[in-house]
Design a binder for this molecule. Structure first.
Ligand code: TXA
Ligand code: MG
Length: 325
């Protein structure tokens, strides 16, 4: 198996045209966004999109998010553009928010898993923006990890997880670090997946927004399959517990994820400890790299020190609980 060609667009911005040409001609390309790296394909090319599912090992019942460079391009993907979409786009696009809207029938069924709606996002990452502009086509992209794995926040995570890929656009680590907030505007506005655009940020724009009940969402897999249990999981067993709980795990290779200034590292003794910042943004930015790191160092168990319970930590809690389930 050949290894992926890493297109270092920081060193040589011209390499981005290779990725744009590949996308236009129906190839799959991994690329950076501000949230996580995506595995992109021409969204209107059914055969190209099928390759995404094959490469990830993702079941065809999981719909993909379509990425475009502008609100104008987003409007072409839908049948209706409600006033709520304008308000959210104005507040949060380009950025880490995905809107679910009634789909334009031109979008192949494979993209939306046959649903009558489509997820759309305008990413803010300058490389993603330029790539979408150069490609000139909407790009369907899930996170660029094998199905059920931890999302990649740098090009190395992508090449380790999906070694059979042809191209990876490398622009360094992602700044947000967790997948986008997903909000449905089909019917009353509902948050299907929490992200770093938080409930309180959205409430300022749409005061009536609700949060979808997780258990209901899981019962209806197609509603937002990202909410399925056992997602975002490293190979190691994950526990959310005070770091002192590692005493129970003698003989295990243990990794610990701490928050800066929450627990003094000297109490951690011989475990592999990674300390993340104590603010939600900094923690989110580093979480997946910490999980990837401890996994690749062969940890059998990863203990995550419980973060605070404020609104801005909701997305972090959502991801670590799913990693631990
Ligand atoms: O930040 C992100 O959103 C990243 C980057 C690459 O943009 N992408 C990402 O894609 O996380 P993925 O495929 O891993 O997660 C997409 C989520 C899933 O939870 C899926 O169920 C939901 O979006 N989704 C997509 N289309 C939908 C639809 N029509 N109705 C309901 N949920 C949908
Ligand atoms: Mg994913």
């Amino acid at each position: 198996m050949s290894t992926p060609q890493i297109l270092d667009v920081i060193a040589d911005p011209k390499l981005l045209t290779i990725a744009a040409d590949a996308l236009r001609s129906g190839e799959v390309v991994a690329f950076p966004t501000e949230t996580v790296y995506g595995l992109g394909a021409h969204a209107l090319d059914e055969d190209a999109v099928r390759k995404i599912f094959e490469i990830k090992g993702r079941p065809p019942t999981n719909p993909l998010i379509v990425h475009v460079a502008s609100v104008e391009a987003a409007r072409e993907l839908v049948r209706e553009w409600p006033p709520e979409a304008d308000a959210l786009a104005e507040a949060f696009w380009p950025g880490p928010l995905t809107m679910i809207l009634p789909r334009n029938p031109a979008i192949p069924d494979i993209v939306t898993a046959g649903l009558d709606s489509v997820g759309i996002r305008v990413p803010s990452h300058s490389v993603a923006q330029r790539l979408l502009e150069l490609a000139g086509v909407p790009v369907a992209a899930p996170s660029a990890n094998p199905y059920m794995g931890v999302s990649p926040t740098c090009a190395q995570h992508v090449s380790q997880g999906l070694p059979g890929l042809k191209y990876i656009v490398d622009a360094g680590p992602c700044s947000v670090g967790l997948e986008s907030t997903v909000i449905s505007l089909v019917g009353a506005p509902r948050i299907l997946r929490p992200g770093m655009v938080t409930l309180s940020m959205i409430r300022r724009i749409l005061p009536t927004v609700e949060v979808a009940d997780d258990s209901v969402a899981e019962g209806q897999a197609a509603m937002s399959p990202g909410l399925a249990q056992k997602h975002y999981s490293p190979k190691a067993r994950v526990m959310i517990a005070p770091p002192s709980a590692r005493a129970m795990l003698k003989g295990n290779r243990v990794g610990v994820i701490l928050r800066k200034s929450a627990t003094p590292t000297e109490t951690i003794l011989d475990a592999l400890a990674i300390t993340l910042p104590n603010d939600a943004q900094g923690y989110a930015r580093g979480l997946y790299a910490a999980l990837h790191d401890l996994d690749s160092q062969g940890c059998e168990t990863i203990i995550i020190e419980p973060p605070p319970h404020d609104d801005e930590w909701t997305a972090v809690w959502n991801r670590i609980k799913r990693a631990a389930d």
